[in-house]
Design a protein around this ligand. Structure first.
Ligand SMILES: [Zn+2]
Length: 318
């Protein structure tokens, strides 16, 4: 059994995950607004899911950047900013055995840990993973280990520059992959097209029902033949494919795993993207690198967090 804790979303979540990656028990609470509130809420939540069980390890998946040696949060965007400087393992003092191994990492790396332990990266040593959602998260498995880099930032593939003079990115750079291919970026273009008066079935809906705007809606409209939706997606899938091809040339992984809400579009994303990647890498890699959907069907983040604990236990054995 592993205790997995997800921090940084709209809810605080904890789950007890068994050796096969199945969630035995799970609990969630409203996101705390202060460090003091977190210090109250998290131990209570952990006690609730443990219910007397003694886990073999605990893992935190956390937005921002975490020092994996000390489990201290280094940077944290947005409302969870109060976490900077907090040593996550200390939040479990008195809840778990004092010598229990506690791991912590960025949530994208936690998601990859879950895939390595129980999902599409199982048995593989070199894997790229991208989570395509409101932003783009990324993590790299290189030679069997999750790549962390000199300052723990490695793997932020959403911030590879794909258009040097492109749109501003939340990181301060211009033209990052995330500023071109993310749910927010795709939705922004559909909204701009509507606002500028472009006429199509999709913009007609958005003009009267702005709340309909989300990435899934744009994929649906493209599937129904909406030319504006198709144009937006074609260009952006091409950019994503070019970025992935560049990453393949650098890292030469066995496969690429795509997760996140946009990956749920399935073949509408995977097929054109695979074609775009394939022709770009054929000359150098001499093979097609498969793009795979994620294998861990967990949107809560607790399985990935537990995966960090599972992998840490495995690394201690070897
Ligand atoms: Zn960026």
């Amino acid at each position: 059994m592993y205790l997995g804790i997800d921090i940084g979303g709209t809810r605080l979540k904890a789950g007890l995950v068994d050796r096969t990656g199945r969630i035995e028990r799970m609990a969630a609470a409203a996101a705390p607004k202060s460090r003091e509130a977190l210090e109250q809420a998290l131990p209570a939540l952990a006690r609730q899911v443990l219910d007397g069980a003694a886990p073999a390890g605990a893992g935190f998946g956390c937005k921002g950047i975490v020092d994996t040696n000390t489990a201290e949060v280094r940077t944290m965007p947005g409302e969870w900013g109060f976490l900077v400087g907090v040593r996550l393992r200390e939040l479990l003092q008195g809840v778990v055995a004092p010598d229990l191994p506690v791991s912590a990492d960025n949530d994208a790396k936690a998601a990859l840990a879950g895939e390595v332990a129980w999902g599409a990266a199982r048995g593989r040593r070199d894997v790229l993973m991208l989570t395509l959602g409101t932003g783009i998260g990324g993590a790299i498995l290189a030679d069997g280990r999750i790549l962390r880099g000199a300052s723990g930032v490695a793997g932020h593939m959403g911030h590879v520059t794909v258009e040097p003079d492109g749109p501003l990115c939340i990181c301060g750079n211009r033209g990052c992959l995330e500023a071109v291919f993310s749910a927010r970026a795709i939705e922004a273009e559909a909204w701009t097209a509507t606002h500028q008066g472009c006429v199509s079935p999709m913009t007609n809906v958005l003009r009267t029902t702005p709340a309909a705007l989300d990435c899934r809606f744009i994929f649906d409209q493209a599937a129904r033949g909406d030319l504006i939706a198709q144009g937006i997606l074609e260009r952006r899938i091409k950019v994503l494919g070019a970025a992935i091809a560049g990453l393949l040339h650098v890292l030469d992984p066995e496969v690429v795993i795509l997760g996140g809400s946009i990956a749920e579009a399935g073949a509408a994303l995977f097929e054109p993207l695979q074609r775009e990647v394939d022709w770009r890498v054929e000359g150098l890699l001499k093979r097609s690198v498969s793009l795979l959907p994620n294998g861990v069907a967990d949107t809560s983040g607790v399985v990935g967090a537990a995966g960090l604990a599972y992998l840490a236990a495995f690394e201690r054995m070897v």
